[in-house]
Ligand binder design. Structure first.
Ligand code: PD2
Ligand code: ZN
Length: 282
C-alpha cells in the first residue's frame, strides 16, 4: 500500500489528537499496510511533529539548575486585570503560593458551569500515551478550551499573566472535583521523556513547563496539594493558588516537583488547573 495525501492527513490529525503510535499502526495494518511500513510512517510523522529538538532530560538528583523563575517579583502582582497577593515562595523546587487569583463569584461560576460537564478523570498511560481511567486519580474533571467565551478568556489571560508565560502555550483549563476520599496520588506533571507514551503528548506544544492549581473552595479536612520529596503541603482556600515550575531554560526537568492531591477527608474539593507548555498549544 502507498501513503497518499489522505493517509498523510489521517496520520497528522491522529498524532495531533494524541493517539498512541500503536493504535495508529494497528489501524493501518488492518487497512492493508505492512506493519513495518506503517511503523515507519507513524514514526516519521511523530518525529516531524515533535520538531528537531532533543527530548528534555530528567536531571540527575541534585543536578537541576534553578534559573530565574518567570513569576514577577514583589508581594503583589498585577495579573492582567487583578492584583494577586504572594503568600509564599520556595526556591527548590520553584513554588509560589498566591491569594486572590479568582474572586469568590468566579470560583462559584466555574463550579456551577462544571457540574453538568464532569467526567471521570484520566491519566496518561506511560506505555501507550492513551488517556486511561485509573485508580490513582479518583477525581472528576471538565475541560474548557482556551478562550471558550469571554469569562474563560479573562481567566486564561489572568493565569498567563501571573505565570508570565504566553497565553497560547496553555492547555485547556481543567476543573476537577474530588468527593470525600478522592485523591490524586503523587506524580509529575511533565511527560517523562523516557516513557514511550510521552511523545504523542509533546508532539503538540512540546513539554509541560509549569502548573497553576487554583482552589475553588475551602476543604473541611484533607485535600492538600503535597510535594512529598520537598516536605511541603499546601492547604488551598477559595481563590488561592499554587504555581510550580519543573522545566528550566536548559530543558532539564525537576524531579523535586513530584506532587499529589492528598485524600479529601471531609467535605469536597474543587480546583482549576492550567498546565503550560514550552510552545504554543494550538
Ligand atoms: O488537586 C490537587 O491538589 C492536585 C494535585 C496534583 C492537582 C494536580 N496534581 C494536577 O492537576 O496536576
Ligand atoms: Zn499534578
Amino acid at each position: 500500500m502507498f501513503i497518499d495525501a489522505a493517509w498523510e492527513a489521517w496520520l497528522a490529525t491522529n498524532v495531533e489528537r494524541g493517539c498512541s503510535a500503536q493504535s495508529m499502526i494497528d489501524v493501518m495494518v488492518e487497512a492493508g499496510f505492512d506493519r513495518a511500513e506503517a511503523g515507519a510512517a507513524v514514526s516519521n510523522v511523530t518525529r516531524a511533529e515533535a520538531g528537531t529538538k532533543a527530548s528534555p532530560a530528567r536531571a540527575a538528583p541534585g543536578a537541576y539548575q534553578y534559573d530565574r523563575c518567570p513569576v514577577a517579583q514583589g508581594n503583589v502582582i498585577r495579573a492582567f486585570d487583578r492584583d494577586v497577593k504572594v503568600t509564599m515562595r520556595c526556591e527548590r523546587p520553584q513554588i509560589v503560593v498566591f491569594d486572590d487569583v479568582l474572586t469568590a463569584a468566579e470560583c462559584e461560576e466555574l463550579i456551577a458551569r462544571s457540574m453538568p460537564r464532569l467526567r471521570r478523570s484520566t491519566t496518561v498511560n506511560p506505555q501507550t500515551g492513551r488517556e486511561d481511567v485509573i485508580q490513582n486519580r479518583s477525581s472528576q474533571g471538565a475541560w474548557y478550551p482556551r478562550g471558550e467565551d469571554a469569562f474563560i478568556e479573562r481567566i486564561d489571560r489572568r493565569f498567563a499573566s501571573l505565570m508570565n508565560w504566553p497565553v497560547e502555550n496553555g492547555e485547556a483549563l481543567q476543573v476537577l472535583h474530588y468527593g470525600s476520599g478522592a485523591e490524586y496520588r503523587p506524580h509529575f506533571d511533565y511527560f517523562p521523556p523516557e516513557q514511550a507514551g510521552s511523545a504523542v503528548h509533546t508532539a503538540r506544544g512540546g513539554q509541560r513547563v509549569a502548573t497553576l492549581i487554583v482552589y475553588l473552595n475551602d476543604v473541611a479536612d484533607g485535600g492538600e496539594t503535597v510535594f512529598p520529596d520537598a516536605g511541603i503541603a499546601i492547604t488551598g482556600r477559595r481563590g488561592s493558588a499554587v504555581y510550580f515550575r519543573y522545566m528550566n531554560g536548559q530543558r532539564q526537568l525537576d524531579a523535586l516537583t513530584l506532587h499529589g492531591g492528598a485524600p479529601v477527608r471531609q467535605g469536597e474539593k474543587w480546583i482549576a488547573t492550567r498546565w503550560m507548555r514550552e510552545q504554543a498549544h494550538g
